[in-house]
Design a protein around this ligand. Structure first.
Ligand code: SF4
Length: 348
């Protein structure tokens, strides 16, 4: 039974220097080919799986904010939604206009995830995004007039000691002016196949942990609850779709480079679409440690009964890296910095 779907729209107007996702520079004829394939895939999955009215639908990219009417028409005519369904759309700042917003208001989209990454122009330029703060404010003003549930994506570069201080002033102002409900805070990874790697592979990044901790503290002071290593939300605005991923609920991913997860006879099976427009599926069985690891990243933690090695427990508790709460072992905000280290010692 499926009630969560992710759809990958793989086109972008321009390519960011750090981007490791599967994406293709937009061309009308490519989008046409993609939509034909997506239509077939939807038909296929409907034959194979029982799809219930969706609890959540996530339209991610690429840049679905440059998609045509045909994309949205196809998606929303293919699936029915529950009355309280969470429907998220990833958008790029430069695509936000009154026309775009009136297009998407025709559809039951109720959550916007806005890719900001960095407020400061110098960092934005480093990432190949070249977005200035005026454009960010303009986008925020337009979106917040139309959508209540707004999430921001931010990226920690870890290049300079003052990175957080430079962003903080603007972020503080943004939080005061706009009612932001959710923030995803990622640490920049410099992947080998990116332009950033070619240009800056030797760059020193000494301030990642410091910057992450400063953001954690700041967001807490501003009433955001950290519910996962990279995600912070106001009460009642945790992303339901992502929570379902981390808790290994069934979901289907459609489009190139989308993954799915289905529980079959007690086993978790993941399906990954190949990274090309004319994609096929690969299936993989997921091991139990992966399931525990995903849970450990969240505020739910891992049930105590799965503890494999008691040797480190006291030490981690004394150092305030974990807590024991309601029979679950949970990572603390300090512990998030050492997530993999702690997990490997307790559960592997
Ligand atoms: S980061 Fe997003 S907008 Fe930038 S190239 Fe990658 S998919 Fe496109």
């Amino acid at each position: 039974m499926i009630e969560r779907i992710y759809i990958h729209y793989p086109f972008c107007k321009r390519i960011c220097y750090y981007c490791d996702f599967y994406k293709v520079r937009y061309k009308k004829e490519y989008e046409k080919a993609y939509l034909e394939k997506l239509k077939k895939e939807i038909k296929e999955i409907k034959k194979t799986y029982k799809i219930k009215p969706l609890s959540s639908l996530y339209l991610g990219g690429g840049s679905p904010s440059i998609a045509s009417y045909s994309f949205f028409d196809l998606v929303f005519s293919s699936f029915s939604l529950k009355s309280n369904s969470e429907v998220s759309l990833e958008v790029n700042i430069e695509d936000i206009s009154k026309d775009f917003l009136s297009l998407i208001k025709n559809y039951p989209i109720n959550r916007i995830s806005l890719g900001i990454q960095n407020f400061k122009e110098k960092y934005s330029n480093f990432l190949g995004r070249n977005i200035d703060v005026k454009l960010i404010y303009k986008a925020l003003e337009l979106i917040s007039k139309n959508f209540e549930n707004l999430s921001l994506d931010l990226l920690i570069l870890g290049l300079e000691k003052d990175e957080f201080e430079e962003n903080k002033k603007i972020l503080k102002d943004v939080l005061e002016k706009f009612n932001i409900k959710h923030i995803s805070l990622y640490i920049l990874t410099i992947y080998k196949n990116t332009y950033l790697y070619k240009k800056y592979s030797n760059i020193k990044r000494n301030y990642i942990d410091l910057t992450y901790q400063k953001y954690q503290k700041f967001l807490k002071e501003n009433f955001f609850f950290q519910y996962e290593v990279s995600n912070f939300a106001k009460p009642n605005f945790l992303c339901q779709h992502n929570l379902a991923y981390w808790l290994f609920e069934n979901y289907l991913g459609l489009g190139p480079s989308a993954s799915s997860l289905i529980k079959i006879k007690g086993d978790f099976i993941s399906k990954v679409n190949e990274n090309k427009l004319d994609y096929d599926f690969k299936f993989e069985k997921i091991n139990f440690e992966t399931y525990l690891y995903f849970r450990f990243r969240t505020f739910f933690g891992v049930p105590f009964r799965y503890l494999k090695n008691k040797k480190f427990l006291k030490d981690f508790l004394d150092k305030n890296l974990i807590t024991l709460d309601n029979k679950n072992i949970k990572v603390t905000s300090k512990g998030y910095l050492f997530l993999d280290y702690i997990f490997n010692r307790l559960f592997i």
